[in-house]
Design a protein around this ligand. Structure first.
Ligand SMILES: CC(C)(COP(=O)(O)OP(=O)(O)OC[C@H]1O[C@@H](n2cnc3c(N)ncnc32)[C@H](O)[C@@H]1OP(=O)(O)O)[C@@H](O)C(=O)NCCC(=O)NCCS
Length: 166
């Protein structure tokens, strides 16, 4: 397997929607329109893992985000980039996802490493995200600190806030 981590392009939309649909239940997956908006508005916060080993390349995983100077990241509308400020000091990860067939091979780690590098280069201060309890250990392995329960009750679930200082 040969995987290329690179910034998203407009033509990746279909592949990114396939990743989202394969990785999240329908009530949690971002709408195709939201994925398109994230690609169009903030490609500097959106990276894909492209499997280039076959004749047809496939988007195997992705990480996407918005930026804000606010510390409260519970606003659901922000995932549609309402209130997104490209010059904001915090990067907020909306989705880190790897298609099931490609999981367990270090692709999420590579995506996050690239994302962190690019965020530092852009002069950002922090990477923030919300996750469910079973992903706290995963994000800690990637360098995040657990900051406790978030005020968000999106989808009736409990969400934990994770933070990495850059
Ligand atoms: C979570 C997810 C992104 C991990 O992708 P992946 O490519 O399999 O992860 P990696 O192989 O890069 O794993 C990185 C490290 O985290 C560990 N890890 C992976 N999933 C884990 C989990 N659920 N809990 C704890 N650790 C985990 C790996 O063992 C690895 O550790 P190591 O480097 O010490 O060996 C993937 O399972 C996924 O897309 N899930 C569905 C979408 C989702 O829930 N995303 C996260 C919330 S937005």
């Amino acid at each position: 397997m040969s995987v290329l981590i690179r910034r998203v392009r407009e033509g990746d939309w279909r592949g990114c929607c396939a990743v989202e649909a394969a990785c999240f239940p329908p009530d949690e997956a971002a709408e195709p329109d939201s994925v398109a908006e994230r690609i169009r508005v903030f490609p500097q916060g959106f990276y894909v893992a492209e499997d280039i080993s076959g004749t047809d390349s496939v988007i195997a995983g992705m990480i996407n985000s918005g930026a804000t100077s606010r510390n409260d990241i519970t606003d659901e509308a922000f995932k549609k980039l309402v209130g997104h400020d490209p010059d904001g000091r915090n990067m907020v990860v909306f989705s880190l996802s790897v298609r099931p067939e490609w999981q367990g091979q270090g692709i999420a780690r590579q995506l996050m490493e690239r994302f962190v590098l690019e965020s530092r280069t852009q002069g950002k201060a922090c990477v923030l995200l919300l996750c469910k309890d079973f992903h706290i250990g995963f994000y800690e392995k990637l360098g995040f600190a657990h900051c406790g329960l978030s005020a968000s009750t999106h989808g009736g679930a409990a969400w934990h806030e994770m933070r990495m200082r850059l």
